[in-house]
Design a binder for this molecule. Sequence first.
Ligand code: 13P
Ligand code: SF4
Length: 366
Amino acid sequence: MTKLLTQEEIYNSLKTKYSQYSPDFELQIKAGQMAKLNRLVKEKNAVILKHNYMSWDLQCDEVLGIRGDSLELSRKATETDADTILFLGVKFMAETAKVLNPKKTVLIPSLKAGCSLAASITGADVRKLKQIFPGIPVVAYVNTDADTKSEVDVCCASGNAAKVVRWAMKEWKTNKVIFLPDKFLAQNVANEMNADIYFPNMTVDPKEVQKDFALRVNNSVPNTPIFIGWEGKCEVHEKFTPHDVDNLRHDFPGVYIMAHPECPPEVVKKVDFAGSTGEMIKKVTSPDIQDKQVAFFTECAMVEILAAQHTNVLQVCSIQKRCPHMAQNNLETVIEALEKMQFEITVPEDLRKSAELPIRRMIAIK
Ligand code: 13P
Ligand code: SF4
């Protein structure tokens, strides 16, 4: 068993790395909270899974746990032998961990940690789409509730979306795919694959939608892949604009810009690299950008910790955006979660069973 750091050791470590973020007395308090949290993790035989959007005082190495993007954390959730998984992220992520680990206790520090993408679609919507477009495989972004996942063929994350779409088209022997619910991610992946994209009008008679879609297929270049999309958006990434990219390039000539693929396609087309949170973090240390200033179009908590670790990372206030759902996680709510063993995630067994296959397929696609 690894020896836990004392409060003093944690404080000394924080002081060398994070004194620009908190005054000294606050670092002392945080060090005490972190020591308490680490003790609770051991006592409860828990594992903390931390999404890359956690604030620096949860994301830091001084707090026990495993960091990652949605795909990496889904994989980690299948590998743990801890009794309890405490998920520092949002509800759909903790639910994914529960679907994969029905016998374990899965906790989330706040039930308010939702997601605008997950909220944009339900299982009933997917059933309706499948009736309108029979035989077309359904790919759902992992940012969906278990109810939605239980109706789809395969899930994907931002880090493997194109791979999953190619897999689904091959398995179903078709050049069409239903890709839900993120409009911008769908457009970005479709652009990457030189595919066409169609957004059905769900308010009109389904027969009209089928006619309209058939017309669109007839008019498209033969063999062009076709995505059927949905109008969901991430409330954080939809706020970035191409104008932000232009301003940044004007003010910081030579800047290397990375963006999350939940940003609008007009933004993604103008940046130097687009990828999942994990892929962007990996890219920061790549030798080809070491002598450049680097900026991110993504959730700002991740940028804050990267700026503390890499002197070339810019924290540009005008483009900083915080996800209010991710922000529900803080040292106080996280400690309380383990003390009171709250808030437990439950998924009805019938939904869980149906949601498991699409998630396992996603994890298996390498
Ligand atoms: P990643 O899978 O890239 O970590 O993204 C999750 C998310 O919620 C982005 O907004
Ligand atoms: Fe959902 Fe966007 Fe927040 Fe990610 S950043 S959890 S996609 S609202």
